[in-house]
Design a protein around this ligand. Sequence first.
Ligand SMILES: *Cc1c(COP(=O)(O)O)cnc(C)c1O
Length: 377
Amino acid sequence: MIPYNKPFLSGKEIEYIRQAVESGKISGNGLFSKRCEAFLQERYGFPKVLLTSSCTDALEMAALLCDIRPGDEVIAPSFTFVSSVNAFVLRGAEIVFCDTRPDFPCIDERSIEGLINSRTKVIVVNHYAGIACQMDVIMAIAQRYGLFVVEDAAHAINGYFRGKPLGGIGHFGTFSFHETKNIIAGEGGMLVVNDSRFTERAEILHEKGTDRSKFFRGEVDKYTWVDLGSSFLPSDITAAFLYGQLMNLDRIQAKRSRIWQLYMEGLAPLQREGRIGLPVLPEYATNNAHLFYVLTSGRGERDGLIDYLASNGIIAVFHYIPLHKSPYYLKDHPSGRLPHTERYSDSLVRLPLYFELEDGQIDYIVDCVKGYYDSAK
Ligand SMILES: *Cc1c(COP(=O)(O)O)cnc(C)c1O
């Protein structure tokens, strides 16, 4: 059986966990947390990185930092994970969903401006599959209307927009190290604070609303409750695992890119025959090989392909159910139409992509996809 995803050890994860325990401190903001944050700041030029327990946590921190109040509106894609918007709903925001581009499933930057009104406060984007949204246009709109931009970069580690690392362009970037992402720690995430006006408050929210970070730097002589906050920080055991992965980031990325490329080459003939669609990369984006998808003609063909692959021992999966069609949203909103979002939801199938996937398995998966289309001729 070939699973869709498989957690892996890239090198010293276990050794670092042992070191963390032996150092005598495995709570948050320990030795390995600091190492991870320093590595990520250095590698991507991020001004401030705070490790979190998840991308969901990082998004909740971003919503707090944007000072979302009941009645504020947040423009977000519907084709994203629920946490991209739940974080803002928790603060009382109203979500206004935006369709994706027709050619790839990122928010359509051309549809954003028409959704802005005097209550709009934030634009959330999801760099789907690690492929950049059109950030020049989005940042210009945000500047014109005085809005915050939060990049949900859960898919997007090591992805770039015109040479800028994703997550480092908006006011805030949020990342995930969930076991299904490129770089993993089981559960884990980080908040990137790109606007230095928010750095101090971010540290406070991160430490349960206290000025404990200042205390540890010797800037205050005791720490106390100074703001809202929660326990957003991961254990140093998680950070130790993560550090092991980060030390092999280039090797992990190279392996994923190779898998992605083999799929692309193997499936290109089916695309040329017009039988499937394959990922499109805009000229301004790099490819971090977060996921590989094929586009089928619709739900019947999609389910047929998933079933056919399953009967051949391969787990392939579709992706988001559009948030604007979710039971929670429809409870108090009328049902609307976002045609491209709905098309991607109905037609997209993700193929297995993980560090330990072998060339022979990729060939087999490609052959099975072809086999499905041959049998359906
Ligand atoms: C995985 C994912 C999240 C949530 O990440 P967690 O670390 O599991 O909280 C949020 N947004 C997107 C786009 C994701 O893919």
